[in-house]
Design a protein around this ligand. Structure first.
Ligand code: ADP
Length: 672
């Protein structure tokens, strides 16, 4: 029996495991590093123990320390998640030695699959189909190249110890072989401390299809169907789906049986994934077996309605598999999109920073968000930059895909670069919609996926958003006046109405300056503005509610989510996002003097008195209005000679910070 489970991991997978443990009444212990002190997984667990500094080598990879902490806390079992210690045979052994259940396969199975070449020998013996290639011990260049020449180019060089697409090189001709081999060996040595290489026939249009298997300690094994993970960047998965589109029932069964054969060949126990390459003629080849729960396991959960972590825990307790093969059914279709903090336009370079805005789609039975972060968290340099996994289900692939696209449209993140727009482009690409999937999908459709017109470019979309941007600027001024004034407002000292009640707002949208003429109006208690941008005019009003801009623009209502990242605003809606900043707020055509005038309420307060009459000349420096806020009186001073054209509030009225209090006319004063 497992009563207390330690999760030797962090982020979304730690949270995911905690959820099932909670549902099963199992107590949970989280572990954390310095960077994760306040992380979600730490908050979700019943107990949490500190491991050490942020680098994984000094915290999450310290197997002995984790075991020591587990023993101190009376933990029965350790779930390793994926990554970190999950495929570390030594750690599995260490758990066994200390009478702690390792929620995973026996160390011997991890070892057997730890080397791609050793795994191939085992699979060859078991009769599992392999990609034609060389996986021998003789590592001389002559032998490796001889094997490549014999099978014909292109070939793929692969690090035997490899993972995560590292130590891999395609070789397209005999001439390139030597250089590619050296590069692959160097990379493998640097990443895995081993430069043993495999040579494989390089399939030019394969699909990556993998089978989820489960085996118990009683010799039973089942497969929970397949996942298609063909859409990859740098040999790493981005969007996964289940079932594999257009896969016949007979291929599914054959592949499922081959996967069970593979698992049985190493006396497998627990959750495992057998990865295959599926060629155009339906032949398939074993690639490798991952001896852990995969990142993309939720798509399998969606189509089988099973909880795979529950299965893992059941098996770890020594019980039989929850279901037999003939009791498992496949229903509907599921997608997973991995939301990464990275820049697709800069070779998917990871991006770090604070998640100053993090809005996720609404979760329900068919939309699931697996994440380990909340708004305000940091994406640090220390760990994988995956922010979340967005998982959706539908009765058919078409329905599921629509939901995926829609949910991606409701995912708003600011503070780091993300791949969300890229995921939107992939998932709505005609070839993806038509399920024309191969592992070269991203390369093949490169031009349309990495459109040179970025969403922030000055295209029609951006211009369409200008009234909303201006409205946000105006409303935000009001709100920010009520608490602290952000830098942009403190520099924009000239907010006031001139003779024509107009001011010019200059926005910077993707390096283009856009001038917006703003005329303030007031309908009862509601502020409204007339905007002119070039030849277009807009009547705008709206509200800001918790990072949402509810805008009415020429009678058309729409809602945007917005973020303010140090003065750079981003407006998001389902289809697009647009960045802008406010360069200045000036006095329109009246720029002679008095640009330091400010007729906005400095904070929430009450109007005490009008000190002058409307239309009567006042001298520069004379007080014209008094308001009270926070038990102190504030006077609004005439910036220069002129007259008050309009008071927007009467004595006794409450005003919001930032609200424009009056219209002041300089010109008239000059004429008087
Ligand atoms: P890693 O363990 O580094 O992730 P894999 O062996 O799982 O490496 O392969 C990763 C990806 O590389 C596959 O999903 C596939 O896209 C591609 N790949 C691997 N082997 C071949 C091959 N023989 N031909 C074509 N593509 C391959």
């Amino acid at each position: 029996m497992i009563n207390k489970l330690l999760i030797a991991n962090r982020g979304e997978i730690a949270c995911r495991v905690i959820k099932t443990a909670n549902a099963q009444g199992i107590k949970t212990v989280a572990v954390y590093s310095d960077a994760d002190k306040n992380a979600l997984h730490v908050q979700m667990a019943d107990e949490a123990v500190y491991l050490g500094p942020s680098p994984s080598k000094e915290s999450y990879l310290l197997g002995e320390l984790i075991i020591e902490k587990a023993k101190n806390l009376g933990v029965d079992a350790i779930h390793p998640g994926y990554g970190f210690l999950s495929e570390n045979a030594e750690f599995a052994n260490l758990c066994a030695k200390n009478n702690i259940i390792f929620v995973g396969p026996p160390a011997s199975a991890i070892e057997a699959m730890g080397s791609k070449s050793a795994a191939k020998h085992i699979m060859e013996k078991a009769g599992v189909p392999l990609v034609p290639g060389y996986h021998g011990d003789d590592q001389s260049e002559a032998v490796l190249k001889g094997a490549a020449d014999e099978m014909g180019y292109p070939v793929l060089l692969k690090a035997a110890a490899g993972g995560g697409g590292k130590g891999m090189r395609q070789v397209w001709s005999e001439k390139e072989f030597s250089q590619a081999l050296n590069a692959a060996k160097r990379e493998s040595m640097a990443s895995f401390g081993d430069d043993h290489m495999l040579v494989e026939k390089y399939l030019t249009r394969p699909r990556h299809v993998e089978i989820q298997v489960f085996c118990d300690t009683h010799g039973n094994g089942v497969y929970l169907f397949e996942r298609d993970c063909s859409v990859q960047r740098r040999h790493q998965k981005i969007i996964e789906e289940a079932p594999a589109p257009n896969m016949s029932q007979s291929v599914r069964e054959k592949m499922g049986e081959a996967a069970i054969l593979a698992a049985k060949a190493i006396n497998y126990v627990g959750a495992g994934t057998v990865e295959f390459l599926l060629d155009e003629d339906d032949s398939f080849y074993f690639m490798e077996m991952n001896t852990r729960l995969q990142v993309e396991h939720p798509v399998t959960e969606m189509i089988t309605r099973e909880d795979l972590v529950h299965w893992q825990l059941t098996i770890a307790e020594g019980k039989s598999l929850p279901k037999q093969q003939n009791e498992l059914t496949l229903t509907g279709h599921a997608f997973e999109a991995r939301i990464y903090a990275e820049d697709p336009n800069n070779e998917f370079l990871p991006s770090t920073g604070t998640l100053c805005l993090l809005r996720t789609p609404k979760e329900n039975d068919v939309v699931r968000v697996d994440t380990g972060v909340v708004e305000g968290d940091e994406v640090s340099v220390f760990y994988d930059p995956m922010i979340a996994k967005l998982v959706v289900w539908g009765e058919s692939r078409e329905i599921a895909l629509k939901r995926l696209i829609s949910a991606l449209g409701d995912y708003y993140i600011d503070g780091v670069s993300t791949n969300i727009d890229f995921l939107k482009r992939v998932s709505s690409h005609p070839a993806f919609v038509a399920a024309e999937l191969t592992t070269t999908f991203v390369e093949k459709h490169h031009d349309s996926l990495f459109s040179t017109i970025s969403l922030d470019a000055p295209n029609d979309d951006t211009h369409a958003n200008i009234p909303a941007m201006a409205l946000l600027s105006l409303l935000n001024r009001k709100v920010s006046g009520s608490n602290k004034t952000p830098p942009v407002w403190s520099t924009a000292g000239a907010w006031r109405a001139n003779a024509n009640h107009t001011e010019t707002l200059t926005l910077l949208c993707n390096q283009e300056e856009v001038h917006v003429e703003v005329k303030h109006q007031r309908h009862g208690t509601e502020d409204a503005w007339e905007l002119s941008v070039g030849d277009n005019s807009y009547h705008v009003k709206g509200k800001l509610i918790d990072r949402a801009l509810q805008a009415t623009i020429n009678g058309y209502k729409s809602t945007f989510t917005y973020s303010d990242n140090d003065g750079v605003f981003t407006l998001f809606n389902k289809d697009t996002h647009a960045n802008f900043s406010i360069i200045s707020a000036s006095l329109g055509d009246d720029s002679s003097d008095g640009n330091d005038a400010n007729f906005s309420a400095p904070m929430n307060g009450t109007i005490v008195a009008h000190l002058v009459e409307k239309g009567v000349l006042v001298k520069k420096g004379e007080p014209i209005l008094v308001m009270e806020a926070m038990k102190m009186e504030h006077s609004i001073i005439a910036p220069h000679d002129g007259s008050v054209e309009e008071f927007f509030f009467n004595p006794g009225e409450l005003v919001d910070g930032g609200a424009t209090l009056l219209a002041f006319s300089a010109k008239e004063a000059a004429e008087v």
